[in-house]
Design a binder for this molecule. Structure first.
Ligand code: THG
Length: 377
């Protein structure tokens, strides 16, 4: 395989040196930054995440900060989910759409104070968009990327390790999607109970990039007795858990209803927001297609040999194209290949069988009840 050059144009995370020292062997590029996605053994990383605790460099989930007297107004205007009632110290997952109602990002939004927000973004240049919207509206805000780099602690033992690190008082009173400013040996962090897995855990938003390696080493040292391991957002676990990856599963040609994110679109609000009119129309029209979970059928070794999926693949029934397989990975727990596909409405029902050709071989997938974590299949 060819290699990717580690040059100075694509940015490095404050944890970069620590992840390389820990054996990171596969990287992707996300928000113009290198992000480790594997340390060489995805099955062991899955076990560590689902049975113990894993440490992930997710600094590439960059923050777009909106600060100033009109911050709430701009945050609310760009978001399809109502952020009006979001209290300081709380976070919400929020689909962001363009004027046609198409998704352009799906960040976690943290409100730090009355007039300060962080949009913790997926992989697209949302900062440019918000900066332009704020300027065009003459809003009194500053929109910029602060020195903030999330490090995720995920897994069933994350809670105990967090208590060791931050104390039972801080951790015990921190609800899901709540956050609080803390310091660890003088290292400043915003600690949030959040993360891109359903194993439970926290995200430590480091606010001083010069302390990245120190923070990584400290968490690793304290985590040793819990069997902590270096890891990364895990494709199999997140597909099981129904967490979507922007750019892979849904993209700028997908609306939030098709993506299954309709519960987080607030059309009933009194205020206008970008995409509101188009989203209302799309909602009235109903779904023409949508995202579904799928399971592979057939020989396990054959299936495992083509996963994780390198790029989207067309899905057909009786030779007729009905959709596209967007992401897929081998699930060690379920013992089968699982994926996320976008399919025509007629093919969305559980049990629908679809065919794909991957690396020159024929495979079949079946539409599953979803998400896998909550279903029998
Ligand atoms: N953490 C932070 N930033 C991020 C991500 C993250 N930015 C990019 C990407 N991940 C955004 N995508 C998601 C998708 C789902 C969730 C979080 C970020 C998520 N969803 C929960 C669910 O679906 O059950 C809860 C949603 C809610 O209750 O509001 O957590 O992981 N910092």
């Amino acid at each position: 395989m060819p290699e990717i050059m580690f040059g100075s144009r694509v940015r490095k995370s404050p944890y970069f040196e620590a992840t390389v020292a820990a054996g990171a062997s596969v990287f992707t590029i996300y928000n113009h930054m290198y992000m480790p996605i594997s340390y060489g053994d995805l099955t062991e990383e899955y076990r560590c995440l689902t049975e113990r605790v894993a440490l992930w460099d997710v600094a590439a989930q960059r923050q777009v900060e909106i600060a100033g007297p009109d911050a709430a107004q701009i945050a609310t205007y760009v978001s399809a989910r109502d952020l009006g009632g979001l209290q300081p110290g709380r976070a919400r997952y929020a689909p962001i759409c363009d004027h046609n109602g198409m998704l352009i990002n799906d960040p976690v939004v943290l409100r730090l104070s009355e007039d300060r927000f962080w949009f913790s973004i997926a992989d697209s240049d949302l900062g440019l968009w918000i900066k332009a919207v704020a300027a065009e509206r003459g809003a009194n805000v500053r929109v910029f990327e602060p020195d903030v780099s999330p490090l995720a602690l995920q897994g069933p033992l994350a809670e105990e390790l967090a208590v060791d690190l931050f104390g039972a008082d801080v951790v015990g009173s921190l609800g899901f999607f709540h956050h609080v400013s803390v310091a660890l040996d003088g290292i400043p962090i915003v600690l949030c109970r959040s993360g891109w897995s359903k194993q439970g855990g926290f995200e430590m938003f480091l606010t001083d990039g010069s302390k990245g390696v120190a923070l990584w080493d400290m968490v690793m040292a304290k985590g040793a007795r819990f069997g902590i391991g270096a890891g990364a957002p895990n494709a199999a676990e997140r597909i099981e858990s129904g967490l979507l990856s922007f750019g892979a599963d849904h993209d700028m040609h997908t609306d939030p209803f098709e993506a299954g994110l309709g519960a987080w679109v607030n059309l009933e609000v009194a205020h206008d927001f970008i995409g509101k009119a188009a989203l209302s129309q799309r909602f009235e029209r109903g779904l023409e297609r949508g995202l579904v979970n799928v399971s592979f059928v057939g020989d396990a070794a054959d299936v495992a040999s083509v996963l994780p999926l390198a790029h989207p693949h067309r899905l057909c029934a009786s030779g007729q194209p009905l959709g596209e397989l967007r992401s897929a990975a081998w699930s060690p727990r379920l013992g089968k290949g699982i994926g996320i596909a976008v399919v025509d409405r007629s093919a969305m029902e559980a049990g629908t069988r679809l065919d794909a050709e991957i690396s020159g071989s024929k495979f079949s997938v079946v539409v599953a009840h979803q998400p896998f974590g909550a279903a029998v299949d």
